[in-house]
Design a protein around this ligand. Structure first.
Ligand code: HEC
Length: 145
């Protein structure tokens, strides 16, 4: 084996180890970040899925009404959802849902999707449509300090 190849062979494992370590550190650091998105980007995403722009007034009506079940969205998130809400069955405090009152709201795509799915099933016994999500978020973004 020539000298150059031996040099690469000797050192490669270290580079590999360094790369794996760097990737691992990045993965460990990731959850510490605030999130992967913004409320405005989430609204764009739902608008695109719905093929139409969310309407705040329609969102307000959806959010504050019951849909065949015991609860509305407002039962847990408050009406208007501009301060901490209270879980309708456990009584646990819930951070304000309107982004102007809670900078963490709608900053994590996975969390947004998870809770929309879960809460819509609780309230409407089905998933919300993209239009309903766009309407609700347009309403939440219209709530200002
Ligand atoms: C039974 C109580 C309850 C009801 C009813 C409810 N939610 Fe929630 N919701 C929660 C809880 C608890 C969380 C998680 C809060 C947290 O972790 O900060 C949450 C979180 C969310 C989030 C994620 C917010 C974020 O930080 O990104 C969205 C979106 C949401 N709810 C929408 C709705 C909508 C729309 C409705 C009505 C269809 C609704 N919720 C009804 C309890 C409820």
């Amino acid at each position: 084996m020539n000298a150059k190849l031996t040099w690469i062979k000797d050192r490669c494992p270290y580079w590999l180890a360094a790369a794996v370590l760097a990737t691992g550190l990045a993965a460990v650091a990731a959850p510490v970040r605030a999130g992967d998105t913004t409320a405005a980007h989430q609204l764009e995403r739902f608008n695109a899925q719905a093929g139409t722009a969310g309407q705040a007034e329609r969102g307000r009506v959806f959010f504050t009404s019951r849909h065949g079940g015991e609860w509305s969205c407002a039962s847990c998130h408050g009406n208007p959802p501009t301060s901490a809400g209270k879980h309708a069955s456990t009584g646990k405090s819930i951070e304000a849902l309107a982004p102007a009152f809670n900078p963490q709201a709608f900053t994590d795509t996975a969390k947004v999707d998870k809770w929309f799915r879960r809460n819509c099933k609780d309230v409407a016994q089905r998933e919300c449509t993209p239009t309903e999500k766009a309407d609700v978020l347009a309403y939440l973004l219209s709530l200002m300090r």
